[in-house]
Design a protein around this ligand. Sequence first.
Ligand SMILES: Cc1ncc(COP(=O)(O)O)c(C=O)c1O
Length: 440
Amino acid sequence: MENLSRRNFVRKAGGLAGLLSVVPGIDALADPPLPTAPRWPDEDVTANEDYWGWVQKAYSVSPNIINLNNGGVSPQPILVQDALDRYNRLSNEGPTYYMWRSLDEGRESLRIKLADLAGCSPEEVAINRNATESLETVIYGLNLQKGDEVVLTKQDYPNMINAWKQREKREGIVLRFINLDLPIEDNQAIVRKYEEAFTSQTKVVMITHLVNWSGQIMPAALIGRAARKRNPGVHVLIDGAHSFAHVDYKVPDLEGDYFGTSLHKWLSAPFGTGMLYIRKEKIKEVWPIFAGADPQSGDIRKFETLGTRSFPTEMAIGHAVNFHQSIGSERKQKRLHYLKNYWLEKALDIPGVTSQTSLKPEFSGAIATFLIKGMTPAQIQSALFTKARIHTVGIVWENINGVRVTPHVYTVLKDLDRLVNTIRVIAKENAVASSSTSGK
Ligand SMILES: Cc1ncc(COP(=O)(O)O)c(C=O)c1O
């Protein structure tokens, strides 16, 4: 009976599961049906705890800590973990047959699925292991010469900054850094900062769409437009590690030439999964890091010559896309922003608490930082964990000083109430301790 009903489901399901059903021996391992989501078709479910209770049950996060560091990496829903497990077991029955011949047949349908989510052509999507790999493929793959200038910010991600610095050292390209004082709730002011750094030598502009340190959403399309106005041939590279499947947009809306993201962040895909988008006309111009037979081809697949990697991991991505779409990008963004504001607005009422994150939805999503006057981020992070097993991360980095708090779709309000109460206790204890010290 069990096998029969699974087979029925496989027949009905599209995408990878449907494809696998035609491969002998695999259908027994196909995906069991998704738990039925409650039906709230057109209603705004942002603050509907029954709806989000269903989402929460789809995850297996520990009840023993309150994980508010989802800005680092996301946990996977149980159905993604299960798919990964099944594909892995199957691959171990005959790696070269099941992994290379059978599972790999799912790659093209996965490409279509990801392209649908990203809003672009499948011919513009390469599947890889993370945002670092995606973005460094472009950073190292662009033809640049000594004296060519790259505009970036000190708040970009260190891996990308370091990759650019390596090119600076090896080849003499010139890096022009902007230093942002976040939050900034004025897109034109952000664009002006970039404009001040553009020169006739600017060949690349690097834009982090959602700044991981503080949660600021950057006006990527406006920055790219300003760069092209100054120099029409400029390459626009967008780091979407934190915005993809978090903020509701399509990749071409950002008007970049290149876009890299991790899928193990907000999409909740298996650890070690990423996606590179390159605008069709630009593919030829970028040299792959791992060369195939024709490194100058216009086929996006030339960036997938990675050698042996985990196909089970890649193939389970499709299940994460399904899960994400069962919620919907718009709903997810609204909920994440709601959760952030839920705790941050209350925390900002506590004397001595400040934040470097906007409360406005145009400039922020789930990520926010806060600081308690007179304490370091490390002290606050440690106190949150000791007092209430709340896991966060302290950040001291280029103008950003605070504890970063990042809820996810599975976060329950009670845990955020616990966060605010604990911040209140820590702030009060700190105020009492500093007034007794100053009285001595
Ligand atoms: C803005 C940004 N870009 C890139 C990355 C790199 O992601 P990964 O480690 O998955 O390659 C991160 C990781 O946190 C990030 O926050």
